[in-house]
Design a protein around this ligand. Structure first.
Ligand code: MG
Length: 240
């Protein structure tokens, strides 16, 4: 059971959020202080991820496909992570599910954005694709379903705007947990949500000692999901 909640991890009985039709797509271009992580042409900011499925693959240039302004997951080629490490960030990511869709539930258009390589905001084809609520697109995977389902059709571009506050840890001791806000196609789906700990599949989690900053990872779940226009701003949340 999830702590303080009447639900198991991936509980099929957990209610699903309402479907919302988003407004027209537009691509928010990077502001002047952003680090452009993917401009549609080069994977120079990326390498095989140190976490997840990238771990154990040969280090070096990732072998995901790049074409026509997007990158695409290549099954079997591992997760990719940023060379640069980040803690508190504002992150913009655009993604599109494979079209035509294949598979169902978690096998359909599955990918993910792992903050610090540990905390997954789920990417999934959420168009007429029933799955457990805490595994839908925009979920803090295995912990919190999105507040709404504003996903676009397979092949259409979706936007995530993520504000992430990294956890403050002293060894295994949690000084302050991580928090995340996610706006999905212009719709709030996570509201400064406290994260329970690193993402696990069908397991409860807890924080473990780790660095204050780490790679941003895109998940390879074996589905050819596309990404484009990825940029990040480092946040200094302390006002002078
Ligand atoms: Mg995923």
């Amino acid at each position: 059971m999830l702590p303080g909640m009447p639900w198991h991890v991936h509980d099929p009985a957990r209610p699903h959020p309402p479907v919302v039709t988003p407004g027209p797509y537009f691509s928010e271009m990077p502001p002047s202080d952003a680090i452009v992580l993917f401009d549609g042409k080069y994977l120079s900011h990326w390498q095989s991820a140190k976490h997840g499925q990238g771990a154990g693959l040969a280090a070096g240039a990732p072998t995901w496909k790049v074409a026509d302004g997007y990158m695409e997951v290549v099954p079997g080629q591992g997760d990719i992570g940023t060379k640069e490490k980040f803690g508190d960030v504002q992150l913009h990511v655009e993604w599109a599910s494979p079209n035509p869709p294949t598979g169902d539930s978690q096998g359909r258009g599955n990918s993910g954005v792992f903050l610090m390589g540990l905390y997954e905001i789920q990417v999934l084809d959420a168009w007429n694709n029933p799955t457990y609520a805490d595994g839908q697109a925009g979920a803090v995977y295995g912990q919190y379903p999105p507040l709404a389902n504003p996903a676009r059709r397979p092949g259409e571009w979706n936007t995530y705007d993520i504000i992430f506050k990294a956890p403050r840890l002293d060894g295994d001791k949690v000084i302050k947990p991580a928090y995340v806000t996610v706006i999905f196609n212009g719709v709030l789906v996570q509201d400064n949500q406290e994260i329970m700990g690193p993402t696990k599949h069908r397991l409860l989690t807890r924080y473990v000692a780790g660095p204050a900053e780490d790679e941003l990872v895109l998940q390879n779940h074996g589905n050819p999901v596309r990404f484009r226009n990825i940029w990040v701003r480092r946040l200094n949340l302390t006002r002078p």
